[in-house]
Every structure is written in structure tokens, then in C-alpha cells.
Write a protein that binds this ligand. Structure first.
Ligand SMILES: *[C@@H]1O[C@H](CO)[C@@H](O)[C@H](O)[C@H]1NC(C)=O
Ligand SMILES: *[C@@H]1O[C@H](CO)[C@@H](O)[C@H](O)[C@H]1NC(C)=O
Ligand SMILES: *[C@@H]1O[C@H](CO)[C@@H](O)[C@H](O)[C@H]1NC(C)=O
Ligand SMILES: *[C@@H]1O[C@H](CO)[C@@H](O)[C@H](O)[C@H]1NC(C)=O
Ligand SMILES: *[C@@H]1O[C@H](CO)[C@@H](O)[C@H](O)[C@H]1NC(C)=O
Ligand SMILES: *[C@@H]1O[C@H](CO)[C@@H](O)[C@H](O)[C@H]1NC(C)=O
Ligand SMILES: *[C@@H]1O[C@H](CO)[C@@H](O)[C@H](O)[C@H]1NC(C)=O
Ligand SMILES: *[C@@H]1O[C@H](CO)[C@@H](O)[C@H](O)[C@H]1NC(C)=O
Ligand SMILES: *[C@@H]1O[C@H](CO)[C@@H](O)[C@H](O)[C@H]1NC(C)=O
Ligand SMILES: *[C@@H]1O[C@H](CO)[C@@H](O)[C@H](O)[C@H]1NC(C)=O
Ligand SMILES: *[C@@H]1O[C@H](CO)[C@@H](O)[C@H](O)[C@H]1NC(C)=O
Ligand SMILES: *[C@@H]1O[C@H](CO)[C@@H](O)[C@H](O)[C@H]1NC(C)=O
Length: 740
């Protein structure tokens, strides 16, 4: 049966019948989690009370005996068990999911099964971002474990979203004893695969080079990567997939893992001598060392795993659907986004009310719906005229804005969106509230608010320091400052930037506490201002993570706006995060970073593949050719946007291995499709391969506006269509398909 039809039938079932309760069964202490195309089985070992992994993959209904391994030698007992919540010591020599230092200094734990409970729905994680859902969407199993030597208990939580083949896991550790304990290592997701051939796909990168897909064999030892930057970072993302060596974009098994977390993390697949592969995804132990006092508890962040038998693309679509429906809680998640123009590329720091209102006027003529005032608008004693001063002083600069923000924003709102009879041009603003310049009033008043390590010098990056958002006074400062800005004018959008990593920490736990503080701040502000469209940014994609996407519906994808580089970055980002959550803009050529010249159509097509489309250029500097193309690009972008927001996304060909990369959105009822096809370099030979589409209804007939013909879905998907590429590099096509 077609996957989509299955999905629709299943949604109907879920809506009509409360099959949610059947998503988790416990036969004694044999636990089975069942989704539409996934089973996750584990049980309690009757002798040791340890939790044993049985199966995570396609549907399976029975518990079968484990692989037989010669039960002697150095590596016996737990070393040969597939474990759900592994500790260290006690015969398991692999990396642990939990590592606790006790008051007397030892680090052994022995968690033993106590009880379990199955509850409809999903309890929220206090203070942490997490997936959520109603009783018909998700069912949760909580398993209680206890270590009677150290008097420490653990509660493991497994929530299954059957419709998405997704399982969310987290755990808490409660100190029931009378001495402090210190959590040294905490992996939110841990399970052991049997001896299967597996490759790991992850995304590596750097600033302006985010989300490059890399694949390597999961060999003996640890295949691992991490962030030690305090944030998710550009170098890696808290995501990886395990795939069979034969898995493709559209076929084969793929398991995806993603941490719902914005701080440092560590991801590992460890193959042991018996071939078993342990998966661990959680906090980076270098930034953990969390002290838990008697009677207190530690809550791990949540990790999400999805399984797909429909290749890497199927895995991505599970993440996209889960995150759009059960992670993001913004009003805007399911809404089309306004086309925006950002002042940065046009004016940089050289701004004032007159210049900005003039720029907004030019934006109006292009059909822009949202005008965004970037950096440079604040600072009184230390005017933000460049990046050496002013961060932290969030008061409009009186020389630039003599009457403050209110009257200025009213002037922007006074423009009317082109072709709309009365829609005012909306206004948005840039902030970077977690940061401070030493050249600021804030720093002089509160030098103790910055992250620092005792007497060591604090290292500056981009002339700025990081505020310790773990401190309640810093949290209140940010809440009050941002609220004051939002109350001072009619502001409908906020770009929340963050432009450096954390260097010196006074203690490894500063990062975890910072994140709890940041989530408190953002939770407060998004609750208070639900109608503001919030966009995250961290020198591009440095914090493009599921933690922030819980609160904010979109994130700036990369500071690299070269459309060819961007295509790679955006397709990499889509491995786990929905295109609807990406911010993408057309910028001027030659590109400021790469000096490359790419046509306005190609730049437009790449940018409109994202939920938030916009321009980041000075309209006055557009060439005549560009200016004449803009109206049709704006109209296309507006037409495409609903598909990007709610459609299913298919990567048809990747720039890494094709000169003709392509991607496609299909509406969730398969009635419509839109294809974005690209030619990187013009080639005399060979011919471009046929463009084979995906996700259509094979029986239905679809009209396309490429050759104005009607073919069956089966023809598009199996035979494909051919594009008559013109000569020249960086060509693009946008093709609409309409079911007849
Ligand atoms: C749990 O599964 C095991 C097989 O691994 C089986 O022997 C046992 O009877 C099952 N227990 C229950 C209560 O279903
Ligand atoms: C602790 O638990 C283990 C395993 O269940 C048990 O064998 C032992 O007797 C218990 N020790 C105490 C002091 O309760
Ligand atoms: C540990 O403390 C928690 C919180 O007070 C309590 O719910 C739990 O029952 C305790 N566990 C044990 C084994 O005493
Ligand atoms: C946004 O959500 C809030 C509640 O979270 C609601 O009160 C408000 O009406 C919503 N706004 C829009 C435009 O949907
Ligand atoms: C505003 O900025 C523009 C561009 O830099 C400049 O020409 C103009 O003099 C400025 N106006 C005021 C009032 O500062
Ligand atoms: C505005 O309307 C004109 C005339 O109908 C049309 O040519 C143009 O594409 C429209 N522009 C936008 C941005 O919708
Ligand atoms: C930054 O701006 C300040 C204040 O206008 C000015 O004194 C300083 O020279 C500028 N620094 C740089 C590096 O441009
Ligand atoms: C808005 O435009 C009208 C008409 O041009 C003008 O009378 C009014 O003063 C403007 N309001 C603001 C706040 O700029
Ligand atoms: C403070 O600002 C001045 C003027 O722009 C600059 O020269 C100096 O480097 C800044 N100091 C720091 C610590 O950034
Ligand atoms: C937000 O924080 C402020 C200041 O700490 C507090 O007064 C307010 O109640 C909080 N609001 C929400 C919605 O959490
Ligand atoms: C399909 O998309 C439409 C918006 O285009 C949305 O209203 C509807 O809820 C979606 N249906 C499903 C099953 O996701
Ligand atoms: C398809 O139809 C459109 C609109 O009628 C027209 O502009 C275009 O040239 C046609 N293309 C082909 C290949 O016939």
C-alpha cells in the first residue's frame, strides 16, 4: 500500500479509535512499543533486574532468544548483553549511558528494575523543551529503577508516537541518599543493536559551511562526535542516522537520532568485539559534572529516535512531521510566513530612522511584507556603530532614533504591502541578548555576569563575551529587556542572534544550567508574546536544533547565502529539520563570501524552498535584469510557501553526487507537487539523468507546467521527466504538478 494512504488510514484510526493504548504493551516485564511501521522491544532480565534491548526496527511481535556468545573469557556477563540503560563497571566495558560519582568517590552503579507504568499522552519535562501530544497521539512507559547500594533511583521514560514511528526518551535520577552525588555522564538515548552492518550519517561543518552530510562505517571501537562549544555548534549537530550499507534516499532501513537540546552534546555508536553496536546520544561529559543533592533530581534532556524502512528520506519526513505537529509550539508553525527584507546587507551598521524608513519604502515597492531592522540600532553611552561596542545596552540610540522605536515603527507600518489593499508593512528587529561587549554600560555595571574561569583571562570573540544565562538575575534582565523592546513599538518579528561559543566556564555544569536558564527566558517570552514571529540565529546554523525549535518556529540556516553552497546546506539541514523551519534569503551578487555570480532565478528558487523566504540586499543596487525578475519571483515564492509549510519533502538528487540536484514538495493529500531542479555546471556530455519524482499517487494523472503535458504519477516516479537545460552554469527550474 502507498505509504501516504497508509498514513491517512492510520490517522483516521487514531482519530476514531483509541488505539493509543495498544501502542505500548507490557507482558509481565516484556515491553513492546508499536508504531505504524516500527517495533521497539525490551525486557527486564529476571536474574539481574537489568533492562535488556530486544529489537528496534520494523514490525516484530515476539521476544526471541539473543545471539549465543561463548560465555567465558574476559568479556562475559553484562558485556554480552544488549542493554537499555548501561552503567560502567560490573563487567560492561562499553561506554555507559549513566555515570555517577558517589560521595566516597566510586563511580559504580547498579540500577535494578522496580516497577513500571503505562500512561496515555506524555508528561511534560519541567523546564525543558520536548515533544508533546494528546492521548491519541502518544503513549508513555515509565520504568522505575533503583540502586540500593547508593540509594539512587532512576525513572526511564519512553514515549511512542505511533503515527510517526518515533520514540522519545529521557530519564531522571533522584538522589534518595544522604550525600551529594555528581552525574558525570548522561546519554538520553541508549540502546544496543545486534551485530548488523551499519553506516553512520551525520552532518559536519563550520561557520558558513553547515550541515554537510558525511557517512562512515560503524566499525569496531567508537564512531563519535560532539560539541564542546556550549551550543549545538556549526561543527556537528546533535543528530545522526544509522543506515544499512544498501540504504538509499528512498529505500532501506534508516534509524535517526536527535537530541532536543541546545547545549554541548555527545553522539556515539560503539561497536564491541561481539559486533553489537551501542548507540548513545546525550550531554557531553566534558560539560556535565552535575551535582545532585539529597532529595533532589536531575532531568536529562529528551532524545528522539525514528525508524524508517523507506530510506533516509522516509526518516527525514518522520522527523519533519513529528516536529511540525508535536515539537514546535509556535502559532506560526502551520502558517505561511511573510516575505521579509533584512536591512543588514543593504545598510550594515550605517543606519538611522531616515535611512531605514527609505529602505522600507523600497521594500514596499518590491512586495515585501516584513521589514527587519538588523544590528546597530541600540547603545546610548556606547553607540553600536560597529561590533566593538554596545552589546548589552538595549536602548535605541538617540542620535539614530530621536523619538525611540515607536514612531519609527509606525512610519514603517504606514507602508502598505504591494497588491494588498490595506495590509501594513510589518516590522521586525534584531537582538543578541545573551551577549555583551566589554565596551558597554551593562558590562561596567555587572562585570560578574559574564562566563569566566576564576582568574584566567576571558577570551573575546567578535569583541564580545557570553552572559552567564544560568544566573537568575541575567535571566530576569533578558526577559525584562526584550519585553521592554517589544512593548515599545509594534514589533511582529524578532531575530534572536548568538554570535560566539562559550569559552571559559567556571564549572563544567555551567553549560547545562545556562540552557535551563535560556529555556526559562524563551519560554517566558514566547508565552508572553505568542503573536511575535521568533527566528533563531547563531552566526547562521550554530544553534539549529530541536531544543530551540520547540519555542521558535524558524531558524536562520547559514550566513552563507551563495545559492549553490546554500543548496547543499539546506538539503543537509533537511535530514532532520523541516524546510518549513528554515530561514533563507536572496542576497546580492557577486556573493560577498564566494564572489560567485548566480542568476536571480536560481537564488530565488533555492531561497523559496524554505518556510521563511526573504531578501537580504539593497533594492537600490539591483540590476535592471534582477529588478524585472523580482515580481515573478515574489509571486512564485508566495505560491510555493503553503507547500513548504505543510507538504512532504523529498530530496531527489544531492549536490554531493549529482550535477543536477533536485528536491520536491508534495501536498499532504498528493493533489499537488512542486519540483525544484538545478543544473550546477553546464556539461557538453553526459546528458542529465531523467528526473524521477517521488511521493505522487501512482494511479493519478498529473499536469506539469514544464512541457504542459499530463502523465501518470507512476510515469513521473519510474520513467521520470527530462529537462531541456540551457547552456550556462547555475540554471534552475520550478515545475508545478497538478492532479487532474
Ligand atoms: C517474556 O519473554 C520471554 C522470552 O524472552 C518469555 O520466556 C517469557 O515467558 C515472557 N514473559 C511474559 C510474561 O510474557
Ligand atoms: C540490593 O538489591 C540486590 C539486587 O536486587 C539484592 O540482591 C540485595 O539483597 C539488595 N541489598 C540490600 C541491602 O537491600
Ligand atoms: C526516591 O525519592 C523519590 C522522590 O522523593 C521518591 O518518589 C522515590 O519513591 C524514592 N525512591 C526510593 C527507592 O526510595
Ligand atoms: C497565538 O496563540 C495564543 C495562545 O497560545 C492565542 O491566544 C492567539 O490567539 C494565537 N494567535 C494567532 C494569531 O493565532
Ligand atoms: C542617516 O543616514 C544616512 C545614511 O548614512 C545619512 O546620509 C543621513 O545624513 C543620516 N541622517 C541623520 C539625520 O543622521
Ligand atoms: C502585483 O500585481 C501585479 C499586477 O497584477 C503583478 O504583475 C505582480 O506580480 C504582483 N506582485 C506581487 C509581489 O504580488
Ligand atoms: C566603532 O565605533 C566607535 C563609536 O563610534 C568609534 O569610536 C570607533 O572608532 C569604531 N571602531 C571601529 C573599529 O570602527
Ligand atoms: C502615514 O501616512 C499618511 C499619509 O501619507 C500621513 O498623513 C501620516 O502622517 C503617516 N503616519 C506616520 C506615522 O508616518
Ligand atoms: C572598545 O571600543 C574601542 C572603540 O571601538 C575599540 O578600539 C576597543 O578595541 C574596544 N574594546 C574592546 C575590549 O572590544
Ligand atoms: C516572565 O518573567 C517575569 C519576570 O521574571 C515574570 O514576572 C512573569 O510572570 C513571567 N511570565 C511568564 C509567562 O512566565
Ligand atoms: C494538510 O495540509 C493542510 C494545509 O495545507 C492542513 O490544513 C492539514 O491539516 C494537513 N493534513 C494533514 C493530515 O497533515
Ligand atoms: C506551457 O504553457 C505556458 C503557459 O501557457 C507557456 O508559456 C509555455 O511556453 C508552454 N511550454 C511549452 C514547453 O509548451
Amino acid at each position: 500500500m502507498d505509504m501516504r494512504v497508509r498514513r491517512i488510514i492510520l490517522s483516521a484510526l487514531l482519530a476514531g479509535v483509541a488505539i493509543g493504548q495498544d501502542a505500548i504493551t507490557a507482558s509481565g516485564t516484556n515491553f513492546t512499543l508499536t508504531g505504524s511501521g516500527v517495533s521497539y522491544l525490551f525486557h527486564v532480565d529476571p536474574e539481574s533486574g537489568d533492562l535488556v534491548s530486544d529489537h528496534f526496527g520494523g514490525p516484530a511481535t515476539d521476544f526471541t532468544p539473543p545471539a549465543s556468545i561463548l560465555p567465558w573469557g574476559w568479556h562475559d556477563n553484562l558485556a554480552n548483553y544488549r542493554r537499555e540503560f548501561p552503567d560502567i563497571g560490573r563487567s560492561d566495558f562499553r561506554l555507559p549511558a549513566i555515570h555517577i560519582e558517589h560521595a566516597d568517590g566510586d563511580t559504580v552503579s547498579a540500577f535494578v528494575y522496580q516497577s513500571h507504568e503505562v500512561v496515555p499522552g506524555k508528561p511534560s519535562l519541567p523546564g525543558l523543551p520536548a515533544t508533546y501530544g494528546g492521548d491519541a497521539d502518544v503513549t508513555t512507559l515509565v520504568v522505575q529503577l533503583y540502586d540500593n547500594v547508593s540509594d539512587v533511583s532512576a525513572a526511564l521514560s519512553y514515549s511512542i508516537f505511533p503515527q510517526y514511528n518515533a520514540i522519545a526518551r529521557s530519564f531522571s535520577i533522584t538522589n534518595n541518599g544522604s550525600d551529594d552525588i555528581v552525574i558525570q555522564r548522561a546519554a538520553s538515548f541508549s540502546t544496543d543493536f545486534p551485530n548488523l552492518d551499519l553506516d553512520m550519517i551525520e552532518v559536519q561543518g563550520d561557520w558558513s559551511h553547515e550541515f554537510n552530510r558525511v557517512k562512515r562505517k560503524v566499525d569496531y571501537g567508537e564512531t563519535t562526535f560532539r560539541s564542546t562549544e556550549g551550543y549545538a555548534s556549526h561543527l556537528h549537530n546533535p543528530f545522526f542516522a544509522l543506515v544499512s550499507p544498501t540504504t538509499t534516499e528512498s529505500t532501506g532501513e534508516a534509524w535517526g537520532f536527535n537530541l532536543v537540546w541546545t547545549g554541548s552534546f555527545e553522539a556515539t555508536a560503539e561497536r564491541f568485539s561481539n559486533g553489537y553496536v551501542r548507540v548513545l546520544l546525550g550531554l557531553n561529559p566534558l560539560h556535565t559534572s552535575l551535582r545532585v543533592q539529597p532529595g533532589e533530581a536531575f532531568q536529562s534532556p529528551e532524545a528522539v529516535a525514528v525508524y524508517s524502512s523507506e530510506g533516509v528520506g522516509g526518516m527525514s519526513r518522520s522527523f519533519h512531521d513529528l516536529y511540525r505537529n508535536h515539537l514546535s509550539r509556535s502559532n506560526y508553525t502551520h502558517q505561511t510566513r511573510p516575505v521579509l527584507l533584512n536591512s543588514w546587507e543593504g545598510l550594515g551598521f550605517d543606519i538611522n530612522q531616515t535611512a531605514l524608513v527609505d529602505l522600507a519604502g523600497e521594500a514596499e515597492e518590491l512586495g515585501i511584507q516584513l521589514f527587519v531592522n538588523d544590528d546597530g540600532w541600540f547603545g546610548v553611552e556606547y553607540p553600536r556603530n560597529n561590533d566593538t561596542l554596545g552589546l548589552g545596552d538595549w536602548t535605541p540610540n538617540p542620535a539614530k532614533f530621536p523619538d525611540g522605536l515607536g514612531p519609527y515603527v509606525a512610519q514603517v507600518n504606514n507602508y502598505t504591502v504591494l497588491n494588498s489593499s490595506s495590509q501594513p508593512l510589518q516590522f521586525g528587529i534584531w537582538v543578541e541578548p545573551e551577549m555583551v561587549n566589554p565596551n558597554s554600560t551593562l558590562y561596567h555595571e555587572h562585570p560578574d555576569w559574564v562566563l569566566r574561569a576564576g582568574k584566567y583571562a576571558r577570551t573575546l570573540t567578535r569583541n564580545q563575551l557570553v552572559l552567564n544565562v544560568g544566573l537568575p538575575e541575567v535571566q530576569d534582565f533578558i526577559i525584562n529587556t526584550v519585553s521592554r523592546i517589544l512593548d515599545s513599538a509594534n514589533i511582529q518579528y524578532v531575530k534572536w542572534d548568538n554570535n560566539r561559543g562559550m569559552h571559559e566556564l567556571s564549572h563544567p555544569s555551567d553549560d547545562y544550567n545556562y540552557m535551563l536558564g535560556l529555556y526559562r527566558v524563551i519560554d517566558n517570552l514566547t508565552t508572553r508574546y505568542p503573536d511575535v514571529l521568533w527566528e533563531g540565529c547563531a552566526s547562521g546554523g550554530g544553534r539549529f536544533d530541536a531544543g530551540l525549535l520547540h519555542y521558535w518556529p524558524q531558524h536562520w540556516t547559514s550566513d552563507n547565502t551563495d545559492a549553490s553552497n546554500r543548496l547543499t546546506i539546506q538539503l543537509g539541514t533537511s535530514l532532520v529539520y523541516p524546510p518549513s523551519a528554515m530561514g533563507c534569503h536572496i542576497s546580492a551578487i557577486p556573493n560577498g563570501l564566494t564572489n560567485r555570480n548566480i542568476s536571480i532565478e536560481y537564488r530565488g528558487h533555492v531561497a523559496m524552498m524554505c518556510g521563511s523566504f526573504g531578501l537580504e540586499l539593497n533594492p537600490a543596487e539591483l540590476s535592471a535584469e534582477e529588478a524585472s525578475a523580482i515580481p515573478s519571483i515574489m509571486a512564485e515564492a508566495k505560491r510555493v510557501n503553503p507547500m513548504v509549510i505543510s507538504g512532504d519533502f523529498y530530496r531527489l538528487a544531492l549536490p554531493d553526487n549529482s550535477n543536477w540536484p533536485a528536491a520536491q514538495f508534495v501536498s499532504n493529500d498528493t493533489s499537488q507537487g512542486v519540483v525544484f531542479a538545478f543544473q550546477q555546471l553546464y556539461m557538453v556530455k553526459p546528458a542529465a539523468p531523467p528526473l524521477r519524482l517521488q511521493g505522487l499517487d501512482p494511479q493519478a494523472r498529473y499536469y506539469n507546467d514544464l512541457d504542459n503535458s499530463t502523465y501518470s504519477g507512476a510515469t513521473y516516479m519510474n520513467a521520470g521527466i527530462n529537462i531541456a537545460w540551457e547552456r550556462g552554469d547555475y540554471q534552475s527550474k520550478l515545475i508545478w504538478l497538478e492532479k487532474q
